[in-house]
Design a protein around this ligand. Structure first.
Ligand code: ME8
Length: 517
């Protein structure tokens, strides 16, 4: 039976339209989901929307509509984004769905039955923008450490005994050194926990837009307890409820990876595992916190009016080009800056010049000089051929290892080293010159190149699904032979078939201001 892989994005607040940051996180998950599918895994990829809480309630009332109709509308924008970005999610969860309400109430009951929840009073600061509580010492000049405004809240509240989970959390971190990535962020999590944990308010009594606390209609659950539970809801839990699915749960839980932005790591690496331990449920295997995008050096914010709309970006540069840029330009985990110049450089350099020209030159020569028939990879390749084929054959192991630690940009970088090697090989072997002097050798050279391009195209499918499939179509690779069982020297490109006249897959971006790429 295939190994399973369950990967999740954060569920996004529906207070606003999706922007590039949301698209980025989901894209990273999409690339991993596609990679794992090609690598033979049975993948479940979840995304969705976080629809309760004060922030969403306020956004709805500002628009003068009910929270339900507001969330219906904005959630649909996020669902549309998945299609627009060619995301391959298997499920899309909304926290207003019945399956999720049942899961939240079950988790609450388990926490309560085990004595981890008590009724008390909360008096302290709350930031609606962050949907988070802050202590007196954290609030400086009336602002949370995130810069968000805070308000003073005093109300009856249920508390989760987070303070008692410090040692169990620490033990878990010690026993699972890959629990959080990147390592620097894991260290921040550990020092936060080391600093001591305070019990956490897990209900609100001053508004209604949330999941009711079982047995106490005056309270709704704190939106983060509600939101985090989505990951286990979508796995078919609770298995004995009318909407549960025991087989699915057995297959999916615990999740393999929760991908998040660095802003919400604490919720995923501290609160969520504490809730799960307290509810006697298994913990996710890994949480990865990526960095933050800025726009031309500035923080992205609605008030600055510089929010990047993913649709505008893909309309301007192309979908696969945008996907490639986001995964390639910035070491995953670090913060990144979007700039038109960097985007144009990648598009014209890596894509149009390096990979695009390679494909176009090789396929055109096969079309013109080999009678449009795919030549055969030599049975006895010479040293030069062998070096290039070996470099291509080695890629899968390297890329797999890099993606298992979410090093997307390094994975693309090792693939592009082989693109560069193939370009050097073309120049050195000069097949255009061989056409007259040694057509047999010319055909061998072109076949070695076509085989290298085939492997590169198969490996870039997760990042650029459409463009990679165009290249594979042009090479005449059967649809059923595009997964990782067919690379790394296990198979070679078939020969003898007719190919069509190739057309360029990666256009250059012509922009006067940035045409130097
Ligand atoms: O926090 N750069 O939802 P949210 C990179 N509902 N990533 C960014 C980004 C940027 N400038 N801006 C946003 C929530 N993101 C909660 C999550 S999960 C149980 C509940 C991405 O709509 C990044 O992944 O505010 C960040 O963590 C997420 O959007 C926050 O989305």
């Amino acid at each position: 039976m295939a190994q399973t892989y369950y990967i999740t994005t954060p569920i996004y607040y529906v207070n606003d339209k999706p922007h590039i940051g949301h698209a980025y996180t989901t894209l990273a998950c999409d690339v991993l989901a596609r990679f794992k599918r090609l690598d033979g895994f049975d993948v479940t990829f979840l995304t969705g929307t976080d629809e309760h809480g004060q922030k969403v309630e306020k956004a709805a009332s500002d628009k003068g509509v009910s929270p339900q109709s507001f969330t219906d509308e904005v959630s649909q924008n996020f669902r549309d984004l998945t299609a627009q970005m060619n995301f391959s999610n298997d499920d899309f969860i909304r926290t207003t769905e019945q399956r999720h309400k049942l899961a939240c109430q079950e988790i609450w009951q388990r926490l309560e039955e085990r004595g981890h929840i008590r009724l008390g009073n909360y008096a302290g600061w709350y930031s609606v923008r962050d949907e988070a509580f802050f202590t007196e010492t954290e609030v400086v000049d009336g602002k949370a450490p995130t810069g968000a405004p805070v308000e003073w809240v005093e109300e009856p509240s249920y508390f989760f005994n987070l303070s008692e989970w410090q040692q169990p959390l620490f033990d878990h971190y010690e026993a699972n050194p890959d629990f959080v990535g990147p390592e620097s962020r894991f260290n921040e999590v550990k020092s936060f926990v080391k600093g001591g944990l305070r019990d956490l308010s897990v209900s609100r009594a001053s508004f209604k837009w949330g999941i009711p606390v079982p047995g106490d209609m005056d309270h709704v659950m704190y939106v983060w307890l509600d939101a985090l539970t989505n990951y286990i809801t979508a796995s078919g839990w609770p298995t004995d409820s009318e909407l549960g699915d025991p087989a699915k749960y057995a297959k999916l839980w615990p999740a393999d990876l929760h991908m998040v932005g660095k802003d919400i790591l604490r919720f995923h690496a501290v609160y969520w595992p504490a809730f799960l331990m307290a509810a006697d449920l298994p913990l996710p295997k890994r949480v990865y916190a990526h960095g933050w995008w800025t726009n031309e050096g500035q923080k992205i914010s609605k008030s600055l009016g510089n929010v990047i709309d993913p649709n505008a970006l893909t309309a301007q540069y192309g979908l696969d080009q945008t996907r490639y840029f986001l995964m390639r330009d910035v070491p995953f985990g670090n913060d990144g800056d979007f700039s038109a110049a960097a985007m144009t450089r990648r598009m014209n350099g890596d894509l149009a010049n390096d990979l695009g020209n390679l494909c176009q030159r090789v396929l055109s020569m096969i079309f013109k000089n080999c009678d449009a028939r795919m030549p055969a990879v030599p049975a006895q390749p010479n040293d030069m051929d062998q070096a290039l084929l070996a470099a291509a054959d080695d890629l899968l192991d390297q890329v797999r290892e890099l993606l298992d630690r979410q090093a997307f940009n390094e994975a693309l970088s090792v693939i592009w080293q082989v693109v560069a090697e193939a370009n050097r090989y073309v120049d050195a072997a000069a097949p255009w010159a061989l056409n007259k002097t040694d057509p047999v050798r010319m055909a061998e050279v072109l076949a070695v190149l076509a085989e290298t391009i085939r492997q590169i195209a198969i490996l870039t499918q997760p990042v650029m699904p459409h463009s990679a499939s165009l290249i594979l179509d042009q090479l005449g690779v059967d649809n059923a032979e595009r997964d990782f069982r067919f690379i790394s020297g296990k198979r070679r490109l078939a020969s003898g078939h007719q190919i069509d006249k190739p057309s360029p897959v990666f256009p250059r971006y012509l922009d006067e201001a940035h045409a130097d790429g």
